[in-house]
Design a protein around this ligand. Structure first.
Ligand code: F6R
Length: 633
C-alpha cells in the first residue's frame, strides 16, 4: 500500500510532532495507529459506556479509570458491580462519576471480577435506582446494557405474571430477570445469556455476571458495539476501546448476534447458530497521549489544534482502495450521499464537486430521511455514507434500507471497527484519531480532505498540496485571540446567522451547528441568496452575521449580501482572505486551493463556538442533551 500524498510525512518522536521521512513511514506511524482505532460509542439509552474486567487482581480501580475514560460520551448516572464473598455487590447512582465515587467508594469495592457502566437515560428517569448495573430478583445475576429493548414492556408483563418483581423503570432490568430464569433452567451462564437475548427485540450490548461464577463475564451484542481487550492475566469487555487502552491494545471486535464468554485466561466467541467462532485479537496500536487533554483546557480545543496533522493523516489513503471507490462512483446508475449532522455537511461538499466538476448527478440526504427516498435505490445504485463514529443509528438505518434495495455502500468513516465499516463494500478511513469532544471538529476536516480525494480521483486528478494545506491550517489557528474577543463580545446575543454561497454554504451550516451545540445560542446557517426570502426580517441592530466569503466567483455577490445586512443594522463578520470595509470584523484566513477553502474557513468558526461556550461557562466537551454517537433513532 502506498500513500497518495508523497510529498509529506507525519512522524512522531520525542514526545513532540515533526514532519519528516518518507510517507510510507507515516502510514506505519500515526495514520496507521489512528486507522485501527474505534471510538464507537454504544447505546444503552443513548450513549452509555460499558466496561467489564475479569482479572487475577482487584478490578475496582481499573473499572473506575475505564469509566472516566468513557465519560466524554456523556452520561447522567454510573455504577459498578463486583463479586466478592460469593455475593454480587452493586453501587450506583445518578450524578457525575466523581460524586458517585465520593458517596459510594466505588474504588474500594472488592473482587477480581466486575463491571461498570455510564448511563444516559431513555427508559426511566435519571434516578439512583435506574442506574446500571441491574440485578435479578434473587440478586444472583447482574447486567449492564447499552441499547434499547423495544419489546421490554411485553417481556416485563410476562415476567411479572410469573412473579418477578422489578426495582427500576428501565428496559435493562428485564434482561437480568430473563437471564436468571434461563440460568435456573440450564445452570450454564453461556446458554442462559444466549437464550435470554434471543427474546430481545431492539439493540443491545450487554455484559452479565453470575454470583456463583466469580470467574466469568458473558457478553452479547446486536446493533450496539461491544469489544474485548486481551491483556496478561486480565480480560476486558467494553463498548469503547478507550475504556481499557491503558491496559492493552489487543482487541477483538464482536459481530452482531455473537455471545462471548470471558475468563481471566481467555475468551470463547459463539455465533448466532451456537458454533464457536475463532477470532484472534487485532493489535490496536495506540498512544495514551492521543486520548488525554495534554495541556489543553478541553478536548474540543485540543482537537481543533490537531487539525494541521489531521489533514495529512486523512490524506494518506490506499491508492487502490481510493481508485476502486472512485470507479464505483463513476459506474453508479444512481448516486446518493447520506450522513447526519456535521458529516452531512461534509457530504454536501462532495455533492458540490461531483455535480459541478464531474457532472455526476447525486443527492445528499440526511440519513434519518433516506427511507423517504428509497424509491430511487436499486441494484446499480451507489450510496456514499459519511460518519465519524460509524455507529449513528440513523446512518446505520439508512445503510440497511439501501442494502436491502441492492445498493452498493461506500463509506468514509473514522472508526475502523465500527458497524458502518463492516457493513460497507468499500471503506475509506478518516485516520484522524479519537475525537473525544462531543462536537465534531477534526473529523469534519478529515472528511473534507477525503471527499476531495474522492472527487479528484473521480475526475482522474492527483491531489496535491497537503503540505501547504497543513501549514495554512496551522496559520489560521493564529486567529484564536481575535476570534475569542468576538466570541466574548457576542456570547450574550440570542441569535447568530451564518451565510455563504455555493461550495462555501456547508461551512455556513457547520458554523451554525457548532455554535448551537456548544454555546446554546440560537444560530442559523443558510445560502446567502436565501436571506432576502425571509431571514432579513430578523436582522436588527447588532445582530451578528458571519459571511463566509473567499475571493473568487461568488465574492462580489456575497459582498452585496453583506451590504444588505449592514444596511439593516447587522454586525457583519467576514471570514475571508480579503478584507472589506463592509465587515464590522474580519477574520482573515489564508488562501489555499479553492477546494480546500472550507477547511480553512471552518476552523475560526469552531473556535468561535468553543470560546462562546467557555464565555457562557458551558462545558464545550460535553454539551447538554447531546451524545457523541447517537446510537438510537
Ligand atoms: C456535531 C456532531 C453531530 C454528528 C452526527 C453524526 O458536532 O458531532 O452532528 O456529526 O451525530 O455523527 P457521525 O459522524 O458519528 O455519524
Amino acid at each position: 500500500m502506498g500513500p497518495i500524498i508523497n510529498d509529506y510525512a507525519w512522524s512522531r518522536g520525542g514526545g513532540g510532532h515533526s514532519w519528516s521521512g518518507p510517507a510510507q513511514n507515516a502510514l506505519n506511524g500515526i495514520a496507521r495507529l489512528f486507522a485501527e482505532f474505534i471510538t464507537a460509542a454504544a447505546g444503552s439509552a443513548r450513549v452509555c459506556g460499558i466496561i467489564g474486567c475479569v482479572s487475577d487482581e482487584p478490578v475496582a480501580e481499573i473499572l473506575l479509570d475505564g469509566l472516566k475514560r468513557v465519560e466524554y460520551r456523556g452520561y447522567d448516572s454510573a455504577g459498578m458491580a463486583t463479586i466478592s464473598g460469593s455475593r454480587i455487590r452493586v453501587k450506583k447512582g445518578a450524578g457525575r462519576i466523581t460524586e458517585i465515587e465520593q458517596k459510594h467508594g466505588l474504588s474500594s469495592m472488592k473482587g477480581n471480577v466486575g463491571m461498570a457502566h455510564t448511563r444516559w437515560a431513555t427508559h426511566g428517569g435519571v434516578t439512583d435506582r435506574n442506574a446500571h448495573p441491574h440485578t435479578s430478583c434473587r440478586e444472583t445475576v447482574a447486567v449492564i446494557h447499552n441499547g434499547i429493548i423495544e419489546n421490554y414492556l411485553e417481556l416485563k408483563r410476562g415476567l411479572s405474571k410469573k412473579g418477578h418483581r422489578f426495582k427500576s423503570e428501565t428496559d435493562t432490568e428485564i434482561i437480568a430477570h430473563l437471564v436468571e430464569r434461563e440460568y435456573l433452567r440450564s445452570n450454564d451462564p453461556l446458554k442462559a445469556v444466549t437464550s435470554a437475548v434471543k427474546k430481545l427485540k431492539g439493540q443491545y450490548a450487554v455484559a452479565v455476571m453470575f454470583q456463583d461464577r466469580p470467574d466469568t463475564i458473558i457478553g452479547a451484542r446486536k446493533d450496539a458495539p461491544l469489544l474485548l481487550g486481551v491483556a496478561d492475566g486480565k480480560m476486558f469487555i467494553a463498548s469503547d476501546i478507550l475504556a481499557f487502552i491503558e491496559h492493552t491494545d489487543r482487541t477483538v471486535f464482536l459481530d452482531n448476534h455473537e455471545v462471548v464468554e470471558l475468563t481471566k485466561d481467555g475468551y470463547r466467541i459463539f455465533g448466532p447458530k451456537g458454533s464457536q467462532v475463532r477470532r484472534a485479537p487485532t493489535q490496536v496500536a495506540w498512544e495514551l497521549s492521543d486520548v488525554s487533554k495534554t495541556d489543553f483546557a478541553h478536548y474540543t480545543l485540543k482537537e481543533i489544534y490537531e487539525q494541521p496533522a489531521t489533514v495529512v493523516s486523512a490524506s494518506m489513503q490506499d491508492p487502490r482502495k481510493l481508485s476502486e471507490f472512485a470507479s464505483s462512483v463513476r459506474k453508479a446508475d444512481s448516486l446518493f450521499i447520506t450522513a447526519s449532522g456535521t458529516s452531512y455537511h461534509a457530504g454536501l461538499l462532495l455533492k458540490f464537486r461531483l455535480n459541478k466538476e464531474a457532472g455526476l448527478r447525486c443527492d445528499v440526504i440526511v440519513s434519518g430521511e433516506l427511507r423517504e427516498h428509497t424509491g430511487f435505490l436499486r441494484k446499480g445504485s451507489v450510496v456514499i455514507v459519511l460518519s465519524q463514529s460509524g455507529e449513528t443509528a440513523d446512518v446505520l438505518g439508512a445503510v440497511k434500507e439501501a442494502k436491502a434495495r441492492g445498493a452498493k455502500i461506500l463509506s468514509i468513516v473514522n472508526a475502523a471497527g465500527s458497524t458502518l465499516a463492516r457493513e460497507s463494500d468499500i471503506v475509506l478511513l478518516l485516520n484522524c484519531g479519537p475525537e473525544v469532544g462531543v462536537a465534531a471538529t477534526k473529523s469534519f476536516t478529515a472528511q473534507a480532505v477525503v471527499v476531495n480525494l474522492v472527487a479528484d480521483a473521480v475526475l482522474g486528478k492527483k491531489t496535491n498540496g497537503m503540505k501547504e494545506l497543513s501549514e495554512a491550517v496551522r496559520d489560521v489557528l493564529q486567529v484564536e485571540p481575535d476570534v475569542k474577543r468576538l466570541a466574548v463580545k457576542y456570547s450574550q446575543r440570542p441569535d447568530f446567522y451564518f451565510v455563504a454561497r455555493g461550495y462555501q454554504s456547508p461551512v455556513a451550516l457547520e458554523g451554525a451547528l457548532k455554535l448551537k451545540e456548544l454555546s446554546y445560542i440560537h444560530a442559523e446557517g443558510m445560502a446567502a441568496s436565501e436571506l432576502k426570502h425571509g431571514t432579513l426580517a430578523l436582522i436588527e441592530k447588532g445582530t451578528p452575521v458571519v459571511v463566509v466569503n473567499p475571493s473568487g466567483e461568488a465574492h462580489a455577490e456575497s459582498l452585496s449580501s453583506a451590504e444588505e445586512l449592514k444596511a439593516r443594522g447587522a454586525d457583519v463578520i467576514g471570514v475571508s482572505d480579503q478584507e472589506d470595509a463592509v465587515y464590522a470584523h474580519t477574520i482573515k484566513v489564508p488562501r489555499v486551493q479553492p477546494k480546500f477553502m472550507p477547511i480553512i474557513e471552518v476552523i475560526p468558526l469552531q473556535l468561535l463556538a468553543y470560546h462562546a461556550a467557555v464565555a457562557k461557562k458551558n462545558d464545550p466537551d460535553y454539551p447538554r442533551n447531546l451524545a457523541k454517537s447517537v446510537t438510537v433513532k
